[in-house]
Design a protein around this ligand. Structure first.
Ligand code: SF4
Length: 695
């Protein structure tokens, strides 16, 4: 007997369609044609089911009785008693903001929504944020500033194949989202030009028509130079600028000083390459500019993305068929996860938590008084680095995240987690963060629960359960409902707060809560998602179509126009010095995902990518006396890591690269910088100053 269910991959924001087949011998992944992946999957997707019955799978809660003791198995009653008592103790001693929540960009929309509601109305804390803050908050802030909305791609993915010129900035899709590469191949087969901006010759850059290889942290100057050249050559769309935008005069004044020779000095990109890239973009009938983590994860990430948006607006791209600007979201539900309330400054529907009308609307849906809702809390890294301090949170609940590996300056974050009075981690494996917990709650996996995800296009999808969770395991919604039942106050209306455990019921409530917001899901039902291969938000009414293409007539700003914002280049927070003479940049490899808590446990992925490495140029290696495969130490002002050297002529001789999926001595986030963007509060993962030596 076999049973099939049509669902999506648990990992990245491409959310490839797949079929899960349950047979007597286990669960198999089969390809499924879906508009985004068209039957393609990467190695992570193919092997995703191997974790379902993995021997490391948690099936019972774990408790730590003494700070120096080991975790031991416990019953759910004992575990939840411990959580309840710990929360009450901390709240009584330190107040409600002393209990914090940290979520994840892999949680379904329903879970992200329930988590935000739980934090605000059950715990009454302002301190909730999530790891998506590390992922694309800079593009979100830049998108909101320019367009009045933040949706990764404001057009369907398939548009990429039709662009005459496609510019990828800091996006290594050949390793992070391999099925997306088919659109790049199609685009080039149609005669299109692919330009990649990246300090490394990545698998994606190798496919490019033109590769610009700037010094880490100088993308903003490159963008301003491209606009400078397009302006000088008369390639701007003056009618579009006049009719659909505001603020160009000041941007024109600023980019006047980014002449190509100056930007070659700043970035190392030759003038001829800057001119060729500007020409390809400026003379294309259809052009698309995409940014990803390489542009965003900087202390000036918002301004860097803004510089590329300015370029797109000046060329008249957003809203034109086959053209536009977009951001490639990373985590599976990075988009939906930040729309429904697990971000410190947001309420469901992408509403601002400091907006009185938004508070009134959401409070009415939740059955509480608006004034009882807390205000904005600390951003992800600020929250983690405040844990256990005199004024910071003393208890933390973690759902779907592993900050011990994925946060910047991770040794400091680890120390802060250790300083807590209570750390509760809900996960299905003993992640590095779970290993520090006082209470670990075993949760269901993606194939064991229904829900919705919102992919990189803003397309809301159905995740479908193949089987129930194993005995001893509960869903995140059940855990939140249990805790709400124990902790919840009585609402203003005198009735108990509702925390349904059925995802369909939670989605129905989410629709009401999002109605009228920027990310309006009111018209989206699970039935429509099934019938239409997903529905694009905003979709305010059941009888209206979704919005696959945005900005065709107007932008969702008060005057309907997009806003140019002048931005100036500034150096990275930490530039090389004689003691730390090299740039470090970090990123991903094909066979691992995020902190690796899941993918490091899957044998074929472990074989394909067994451990961290430090990539460096052969010329640099000669200077440092390092051979390929030598163990090297990478040291910054914050800490060090060790891994084997991997020599590659494809990296700049002034830069080294390491992937961030591994813990322990190979953890590159022991080294990375915790400088934050002033607007998005995103850390500067992509550049810091280091020293490299043979270990
Ligand atoms: Fe597709 Fe991403 Fe899953 Fe790979 S990890 S199969 S690209 S959704």
């Amino acid at each position: 007997m076999s049973q099939d269910v049509a669902t999506h991959c648990p990992y990245c924001a491409l959310q490839c369609g797949m079929t899960l087949r349950r047979t007597d011998s286990g669960v198999r992944v089969l390809p499924r044609r879906f508009p985004t992946n068209r039957g393609g999957l990467c190695q992570k997707g193919w092997t995703a089911a191997e974790l379902l019955d993995h021997p490391n799978r948690l099936t019972t809660p774990l408790l730590r009785d003494r700070p120096d003791g080991d975790l031991r198995p416990a019953s759910w009653t004992e575990a939840l008693d411990r959580v309840e008592a710990g929360i009450r103790r901390v709240q009584t001693a330190y107040g409600r903001d002393a209990v914090a929540v940290f979520g994840g960009g892999g949680l379904t929309n329903e879970k992200a929504y329930a988590l935000g509601k739980f934090a605000r109305v059950v715990l009454g804390t302002r301190n909730i944020d999530y790891n998506g803050r590390f992922c694309m908050s800079s593009a979100a802030a830049a998108g909101n500033r320019a367009f009045g909305v933040d949706r990764g791609l404001p057009f369907p993915l398939a548009d990429l194949a039709t662009a005459d010129t496609l510019l990828l900035v800091g996006a290594n899709v050949a390793e992070t989202m391999p099925p997306l590469v088919r659109y790049l191949v199609e685009q080039r087969q149609r005669g299109g030009t692919l330009i990649v901006i990246d300090p490394r010759v990545t698998a994606t850059a190798r496919q490019a028509t033109l590769h610009l290889q700037p010094t880490p942290g100088t993308d903003l100057a490159v963008a301003n130079a491209l606009l400078h050249i397009a302006l000088a050559e008369g390639w701007l769309d003056k009618d579009y600028i006049a009719a659909r935008t505001t603020g160009f005069t000041e941007v024109r004044r600023v980019v006047a000083s980014y002449w190509p020779a100056r930007v070659e000095q700043l970035s190392g990109v030759p003038v001829a390459d800057l001119e060729a890239a500007a020409r390809a973009l400026g003379t294309a009938e259809r052009a698309i500019i995409l940014t990803a983590r390489g542009a965003e994860q900087h202390a000036k990430g918002v301004d860097t993305v803004t510089a590329f948006i300015n370029l797109a607006l000046a060329l008249g791209l957003p809203g034109r068929p086959g053209s536009g600007y977009g951001c490639l979201t990373g985590q599976g539900n990075g988009q939906g996860g930040r729309e429904h309330g697990q971000k410190a400054d947001q309420l469901p529907g992408y509403r601002r938590i400091d907006d009185p009308a938004a508070r009134a609307h959401v409070a009415a849906v939740w059955g509480v008084r608006p004034e009882t809702l807390p205000g904005p809390g600390l951003s992800a890294y600020e929250l983690l680095s405040a844990l256990g301090t005199a004024d910071g949170p003393k208890a933390l609940l973690v759902f779907g995240s592993n900050p011990v590996v994925s946060a910047p300056r991770a040794a400091r974050v680890t120390a802060r987690l250790r300083a807590l009075d209570l750390l509760v981690v809900a996960d299905f494996v003993r992640s590095e963060t779970a290993e520090l917990a006082d209470v670990v709650l075993p949760t269901a996996q993606w194939a064991e629960e229904d829900g919705t995800m919102t992919n990189l296009e803003g397309r809301v999808l159905r995740r479908r359960a193949l089987r129930p969770p194993p005995a001893g395991v509960r869903t995140d919604l059940e855990i939140l409902a249990d805790l709400a039942g124990r902790l919840a106050p009585v609402t203003a209306a005198g009735a108990g707060l509702r925390f349904p455990v059925e995802p369909r019921e939670v989605f129905a409530e989410l629709r009401h809560a999002s109605a009228g917001g920027i990310a309006d899901y009111a018209g989206i039902s699970w039935e429509r998602i099934d019938a239409e291969d997903g529905v694009f938000w905003p979709c305010p009414e059941p009888n209206l179509p979704g919005s696959p293409r945005m900005f065709t007539d107007r932008f969702p700003t008060p005057d309907g126009r997009a806003r140019f914002v002048p931005v100036e280049y500034r150096p990275a927070d930490e530039e090389p010095t004689p003691d730390y003479p090299l740039y470090l940049t970090t990123g991903r490899v094909l066979a691992q995902y995020q902190s690796g808590a899941q993918t490091r446990r899957i044998a074929p992925l472990r074989t394909a990518a067994p451990g961290a490495f430090v990539e460096l140029h052969p010329d640099l290696a000669v200077r440092l006396g390092i051979d390929d495969g030598d163990e090297v130490r990478v040291t910054s002002r914050r800490g060090e890591m060790r891994a084997p050297a991997r020599l590659s002529p494809g990296i700049r001789p002034d830069t080294v690269f390491a992937p961030f999926h591994w813990p322990g001595t190979a953890r590159i986030n022991s080294v990375t910088s915790d400088a934050l963007d002033p607007v998005s509060r995103m850390p500067e993962f992509k550049v810091c100053a280091v020293r490299v030596e043979k270990a």
